[in-house]
Design a binder for this molecule. Sequence first.
Ligand SMILES: [Zn+2]
Length: 365
Amino acid sequence: MKHHMQVDMSMSLRQTLRHAYLKALSTSGALKMAKQKIGTSGATLVLTLHRVIPDDAIESCRSPRGMVLRESAFRSLLDYLSEHATCVKPEDNYHQEESNMRPRVLITFDDGWLDNFTIAAPLLAQFGISACFFAVTGYAGHSQPFWPERALGLTRVLHDSTSPISIQDVFAHLVDKEGIPLPPGALQEEVLLNWLKQFRPETICAAIQNAERHLASSMTILQPDILERLMTWEEMRALTRAGHSVGSHTSTHALLTHLTSDEVSSELTMSSTKLQRNMMPEHAEQYWIAYPNGFTDKRVRELTARCGYHYGFTTMPGLWHKESEPLAIPRVNVWDGSVLSPEGNFDESYLEYALFFRPLLADTL
Ligand SMILES: [Zn+2]
């Protein structure tokens, strides 16, 4: 109990300091200046979103918080962008020399979640904004496609003091077999996910399934919500008919830097072939790829080029200049924390900091 209180207090202190810092940046004009600087640079700011979830369903959403943007915040973001930025279409010419001072912004979505189609697309239509959706082409239409949601759903149950098993029990076999101990604080979302990322998905899923089976007899397991599935090809075709593009996020969401070169090539080729086959060719950006988890390196990029891809999107913050390496385009992750104050209110200082100030600091060109 005491431990929890300490955690809460230090969190709120951190939030208070951060809030004061952002307000100071805003008052001094530094945030507006960053926005202007990006506007005049002619570079494109590429945003990464994953899931857009109705506000009243946030609690039941099992996805990591860093990939969830609530619907009201997404609407506010689009509202802000339509007033302060120029939202470019994926097929537009990216790097205008002359500029109207407004930052050029390209919105992208990773994974291809159903909520992109049911929640995000209608809002994009309202604002007349087009986006690029990077699909995991081998899992189109699949429910509960990925292990992080299952792992986090499980940890919520394990937090309950009446749970008959602990997080150590769940992954004991994995720890024994691989000899990699669980880090301290493994019940925390980020700590657990980072630790698990080093194992093969099949191994992780087997451990989770075991625990779920064990718990099912004594406790209620958190069920996935209906939006926890990926779009079908028909839904993705409907997006392209509405003016959006669909690109690749590999075939199975494989972390490319962890694979052999043959495996990388097969992920990439299978994915572009499927996009070609299932989408109208003029609407498919089959040679655009967002690397899963942003995992890429020189070897992966060479293979990506050899497989015919033109543009590769990372998760490194920064700006897309015409001098940028086309297969290592920086992107800025957008989630609730990027645009909402700790009280949950949409706040322009938070947005301008996350979208303009930080990427500009990170910009290497
Ligand atoms: Zn992804």
